[in-house]
Design a binder for this molecule. Structure first.
Ligand SMILES: Cc1ncc(COP(=O)(O)O)c(C=O)c1O
Length: 536
């Protein structure tokens, strides 16, 4: 069964090859249990290195123990060297090949995250950081949540992906049903896509097409109203309604122009002047509806807080007022809850706080608790019905994404909603929001912090050169980015919006972790604002 030993010399393992083994030999080997294979390997070793087996059984044992120990040490050292080598290679490949989002690659300093545990991220050297940006505002229950991991694995054991173009999947259907159950009344139809921008694109296109197919049709309704420094994503339609100039102005020739009304949130970045009052802001919305009457398809807004603008918090009543004006002027209302949805503002959806039920609700990020890319555009029967007809009527929504409704993402999303319910996640938020407020207020007293804005479990802190006058830093100094990079040295990953440092942890963060996160943010801000001009 085993190839004969050569008469001339002992064969080394590399002397054997598959062709030398007969079919029967291979078959016999395959049928062996692992124990039998081990015994065989030992026998072959014994035949090749008889000296190892010389002496009493005790001597052989001792020899093997010593060899095992030496081997362990050698292995440990080799493993460590191998890990270092792998890490360095990855750092190099990261610099060479990966084009990071919203990042100047010429300045990019890689940080490789290898693992996550709850609210902590662990880098390739084993250093731990609190995830102070909830992995870009999407992590909800922490990393490696056992229930989410199990749901993902269980779904992978069934099927990873099936298309939702004319076909369905049990898990995705169940998820759609649960979303309808928890969404504001009237939102009964769920269109799945892949990320927040896609959810917005779907809503914009649905609103546009709706008016062409409404009874009676109003094809002149083609325009969108958007709020000040809105951010709705980076695809072309989304930047059409976006108003953060540094992200959108370059691409304006590629997209459409929205009707923009001022935000009653944060300061006007261009002038630094205070925002309009609630009454003025609502007045501007109504004026836009009147000026452009008959041509507006929808108004799109982030409810309660415009995140990417710089955590611009709207005064209470703005959302309700806008919703009422939309009803009055028969303008469809698209609420972008990509960032505010799933507990961030203290309620499951921000729009609940002003009892608003929109025509479209766009969800992403926390939809899968920060595990997998998935988005959803929820809408009403009124909109859905306008798309019904025979094939010949050509009322179909010709729009979709390959991975829309992906069952793995749906399984995790479903489990995330179960965790919200079972762990009473929303009930735990007021204490965390209050603790974040305490820390925010303390940080707002630092020499170079000008303003603090908070909505639920997110705060934005503006860094300023002169606290007394509110004078900001020259943008070239990138103080916000520097503060966030410095915070890494103090054990936290944070992400800035210009010179606004944002603290937005997973909802599952514990109070003592919040204390650590705030301390790291403070240390980062102090480091970045200590010197005169830190331009590299
Ligand atoms: C309010 C809002 N809408 C849309 C988006 C775009 O989402 P995504 O990055 O998943 O395309 C974002 C992303 O931050 C957002 O904050």
């Amino acid at each position: 069964m085993i190839p004969e030993k050569s008469p001339e010399r002992t064969r080394r393992p590399e002397d054997y090859n598959v062709e030398m083994l007969s079919k029967e030999t291979l078959e016999t080997y395959r049928r062996m249990t692992p124990g039998e294979r081990l015994a065989l390997a030992l026998r072959m070793t014994q035949e090749n290195i008889p000296a190892l087996f010389e002496g009493t059984p005790e001597e052989v044992d001792r020899r093997f123990e010593m060899l095992a120990r030496e081997n362990d040490e050698r292995n440990q050292n080799m493993l460590a060297a191998f890990a270092r080598c792998q890490k360095n290679l990855r750092l190099q490949w990261d610099r060479e090949h990966v084009w990071h989002a919203f990042t100047q690659m010429q300045d990019y300093e890689p940080l490789l995250i290898d693992r996550g545990e709850g609210c902590w991220l662990i880098d390739a050297d084993g250093r731990r950081y609190l995830d102070g940006s909830a992995s870009m505002w999407c992590n909800v229950h922490g990393h490696r949540h056992p229930r989410l991991d199990a749901a993902l694995t269980a779904q992978a054991g069934k099927v990873a992906h099936t298309t939702n173009l004319g076909l369905s999947n049990s898990t995705t259907v169940e998820f759609a049903r649960r979303l309808v159950e928890i969404a504001p009344a009237g939102l009964e139809k769920v269109f799945f896509s892949g990320d927040g921008s896609s959810a917005i694109e779907a809503a914009l296109k649905m609103a546009f097409q709706y008016w062409r197919q409404a009874a009676p049709p109003q094809p002149a309704r083609t325009r969108f109203v958007a709020i000040g420094e809105a951010y709705h994503g980076d695809t072309l339609g989304a930047i059409g309604v976006g108003g953060v100039d540094r992200f959108t102005s370059l691409f304006q020739p590629l997209t459409f122009e929205a009707i923009r009304v001022p935000s009653p949130g944060g300061p006007c970045p261009a002038t630094g002047s205070p925002p309009p009052s609630l009454a003025d802001a609502l007045g501007a919305v109504e004026q836009a509806f009147i000026t452009h009457t008959g041509t507006i398809a929808a108004l799109v807004m982030e409810p309660l807080v415009q995140m990417a603008a710089g955590i611009y918090v709207h005064p209470p009543g703005f959302l309700r007022g806008v919703a009422d004006l939309c009803r009055k002027h028969d303008v469809l209302l698209i609420l972008d809850e990509v960032a505010t949805g799933f507990g961030r503002t203290g309620t499951m959806f921000a729009c609940e706080q002003e009892a608003v039920s929109p025509d479209f609700l766009c969800l992403a990020k926390g939809l899968t608790a920060g595990y997998l890319p998935m988005a959803a555009t929820l809408t009403t029967a009124r909109v859905w019905n306008a798309f019904l007809g025979t094939h010949a009527d050509q009322r179909t929504f010709f729009h979709g994404h390959t991975y829309g409704g992906n069952p793995l993402a749906a399984a995790v999303g479903l489990e995330s909603l179960a965790i919200f319910r079972d762990d009473r996640v929303l009930d735990a938020l007021p204490a965390k929001i209050a603790r974040l407020r305490e820390h925010g207020e303390r940080l707002a007293r630092l020499d170079h912090v000008g303003a603090l804005r908070q909505c639920g479990l997110v705060v934005g802190l503006d860094l300023v050169a002169d606290r007394a006058t509110g004078q900001g830093y020259p943008w070239q100094e990138r103080r916000g980015a520097r503060a966030c990079l410095a915070a890494r040295k103090h054990g936290a990953i944070l992400r800035q919006l210009g010179d606004t440092v944002v603290i937005m942890p997973p909802l599952s963060i514990a109070l003592d972790e919040l204390d650590l996160l705030a301390a790291a943010a403070e240390a980062g801000i102090r480091d970045a604002t200590a010197s005169g001009s830190p331009i590299a």
